[in-house]
Ligand binder design. Structure first.
Ligand code: F6P
Length: 325
């Protein structure tokens, strides 16, 4: 198919660097003499016909901004056959020859079904703070989220040390421990509880006991969302039963991890992947995701991207264990 007009949307949870990626798609489109249309509100915008023709100036001054200027949604309408049919009709109406979808695994699930049902090339770009996408070493937004978490953890450390307290800090990640592992190592956490690796109460208690014996001033335990040990409040109760001397606090970092200016790394990644997505469409690729593997652009099928899970870095786990001993 001869690609002349493409559309771009962001979907799922926002991630820092999404804007940089939208900009890269629009500017790469202009470079290759394509018409680029922005679609607002994720897949809802495809269904509800929220298209706008963009040019290079439409994406001025967004490279450094968090969030997404296209807005985002987790669309219910697009989960239905009728919704996707309507979305396709709207793409036909605007003579769209290819679609770039920027988001996480929910976004790619929608993209896969859409590209199977309708003859429209779709290329996905991985953007989620969770870093839980197979086929890319990094997803857009992850590096920024880790830096945000570390910054918050450094601040919590000040109070933990000053008051001789134990903090349980919940970080995001849904069912993946990538943010937890890196922010835990980066902030000197005593323990890191993640979904991918079991960490028994017994192991946790013996680490804490060792700290008490060594007169340790503060303890930070990172609790990833989706970890099997339970919520930080539940874990706090079990610790308190065993060690009455601890003054324990719980802190949920929450959505501050999703916002803010993208780091240099995320801006580079988003820019590269935006250009790569346009080039993949021009190359005749469809139903694929563009990611990075060992610093090189890596293209996998959207199906592979959603059906496989990226593995946690065992060596980082080893480093975390050594340093929290
Ligand atoms: O997928 C990104 C993420 O921030 C997860 O880390 C978190 O579990 C979830 O989204 C929160 O979703 P919502 O913003 O809908 O509460």
């Amino acid at each position: 198919m001869n690609i002349k007009r493409i559309a771009v949307l962001t979907s799922g949870g926002d991630a820092p660097g999404m804007n940089a990626c939208v900009r890269a798609v629009v500017r790469a489109g202009a470079y290759y003499d394509l018409e680029v249309w922005g679609v607002y509100n994720g897949y809802d915008g495809l269904v509800n016909d929220e298209f706008e023709k963009f040019d290079s100036r439409s994406v001025s001054y967004i490279l450094s901004q968090g969030g997404t200027m296209l807005y985002t949604a987790r669309s219910n309408a697009f989960r239905t056959v009728e919704g996707r049919q309507q979305a396709f009709e709207n793409c036909k109406k605007h003579q769209i020859d290819g679609l770039v979808t920027i988001g996480g695994d929910g976004t790619f699930t929608g993209a896969t079904i859409f590209s199977e049902e309708h003859n429209l090339p779709v290329v996905g770009v991985p953007a989620t703070i969770d870093n839980d996408i197979y086929g890319s070493d990094y997803t857009i937004g992850y590096d920024t989220a880790v830096n945000t978490a570390i910054d918050a953890l450094d601040k919590i450390r000040d109070t933990a040390t000053s008051h001789n307290r134990l903090f349980l800090v919940e970080v995001m990640g849904r069912n993946a421990g990538f943010i937890a592992l890196r922010s835990g190592i980066g902030s000197g956490a005593k323990a890191i509880l993640i979904p991918e690796k079991s960490f028994s109460d017994g192991e946790l208690f013996s680490l804490l006991r060792k700290g008490i014996n060594e007169n340790k001033k503060s303890n930070i335990i990172i609790v990833a969302e989706g970890n099997p040990n339970g919520s930080p409040y539940e874990i706090a109760e079990r610790i308190k039963e065993k060690f009455t001397q601890f003054d324990i606090r719980v802190s949920i970092l929450g959505h501050i991890q999703r916002g803010g200016k993208p780091t240099a790394y995320d801006r580079m990644l988003a820019s590269r992947l935006g250009v790569a997505a346009v080039e993949a469409l021009l190359d005749g690729q469809q139903g694929v995701m563009v990611g990075v593997k060992e610093k090189k652009i890596n293209i996998v099928s959207l199906k592979d991207a959603i059906e496989n899970k990226p593995e946690i870095d065992e060596d980082l786990l080893r480093v975390a264990n050594i340093l929290s001993f």
